[in-house]
Design a protein around this ligand. Structure first.
Ligand code: ATP
Length: 327
């Protein structure tokens, strides 16, 4: 573990060697619903203090997996260890160590934000300080407001606070920003990043690739019940070795065959008569292109350099047409 990881781990119970153990370990996990196989034997490891994003199209098996990790669903086969216990048989003390933020929740009628948290705090042996928790999720100004009078985004913050009040080591976040406006999403990301600073381990499901890119230390992609790729946002699916697309429109009278010899084999047609170079050395090829164009006295005003985004990689891994269609 790196020094940051050790630092993050300081406020956690257990020894350094216990923290080196994966917080979640899954081997050969299988789930069948009748004759339908929802999970075909998946392996996962989630490390202490990381944000782990679990991505996949609708019906891939994410909720099935998460609910088995939370102990709410029984598996058909395979092994699961969460915080050193099998969730299928773990007791109340284990549950206190796990926080869950569900996609939708109903606020308690007649209770203020602070009263809701005080009520939930009573369920735990060692709850967090109520006002500190309210501050952590950015609801200090709303502490005395009835929970039913909060906006959607503020309710989500209260959900975070309720999941945190028991001071869990591991937090499951299920599509935490679905339906948020852009600034509320950013604010929620800061809350999640703040949880990592506290040394929490976070298991995040999301359909937003920018969210995974911003927050995740590591990502696993599930498709049709199988893990099809795992890695960091930068390396997932070989992203760091994928070709960059350099696109431009040549002036009238010039075609791809007129490009310098070193660029010609990389060139292909792009949309609306443009030319695209598929380059694994974009800086070198941009320099060649620039020298060639400027040497002939013309500019390439629509020049564009596109590195593969996480969404590009995700779509190629899952065969989906658009990540947005999955929302
Ligand atoms: P989404 O992104 O839409 O939430 P998901 O990745 O969470 O999808 P799951 O809800 O885990 O997917 O579903 C995986 C598969 O298992 C789907 O084909 C679904 O129809 C099936 N399934 C899920 N729950 C049940 C159930 N209780 N009974 C029968 N089949 C189920």
């Amino acid at each position: 573990m790196d020094s940051t990881g050790q630092e993050r781990g300081l406020d956690q119970p257990g020894t350094a060697s216990a923290q080196a153990e994966p917080v979640i370990s899954v081997r050969g996990l299988v789930k069948r619903y009748g004759s339908q196989q929802a999970l075909a034997g998946i392996d996962l490891d989630v490390r202490h203090g990381e944000i782990f994003a679990f991505l996949g199209p609708n019906g891939a098996g994410k909720t099935t997996t998460v609910e088995m990790l939370e102990g709410f669903r029984q598996r058909t086969g395979g092994e699961i260890s969460v915080l050193g216990h099998d969730p299928a048989t773990a007791g109340g003390a284990w549950r206190d160590r796990v926080g869950v933020v569900l996609q939708e929740s109903e606020p308690e009628p007649g209770l203020s934000v602070r009263e809701c948290l005080a009520m939930y705090a009573g369920f735990y042996r060692a709850p967090r300080d109520i006002d500190q928790t309210i501050a952590l999720v950015g609801l200090t100004g709303k502490a005395g407001t009835l929970a039913t009078r909060l906006s959607g985004g503020q309710r989500r913050r209260l959900d975070f606070a309720l999941a945190l009040i028991g001071d869990p080591e591991l937090i499951f976040l299920d599509e935490p920003t679905t339906g948020f406006d852009p600034s509320a999403r950013r604010a929620a990301w800061e809350v999640v990043a703040g949880l990592r600073q506290l040394g929490k381990t976070i298991f995040l499901t999301t359909h937003y690739m920018d969210e995974a890119e911003y927050l995740a230390d590591r990502i696993a992609v599930l498709s049709a019940g199988r893990v099809v790729a795992h890695g960091t946002p930068r390396t997932l699916g070989g992203r760091d070795h994928m070709a960059t697309a350099i696109s431009f429109t040549l002036p009238d009278g010039l075609a791809a065959r007129d490009l310098p010899e070193g660029l010609r084999p990389l060139a292909g047609p792009g949309p609306e008569g443009s030319t695209v170079l598929h380059s694994e050395s974009p800086l070198v090829h941009l320099q060649m292109l620039g020298n060639w164009a400027l040497g002939r006295g013309f500019d390439l005003p629509d020049l564009d350099v596109h590195r593969p985004t996480l969404e590009d990689v995700y779509l190629s891994l899952t065969g989906s047409t658009s990540a947005k269609d999955q929302r």
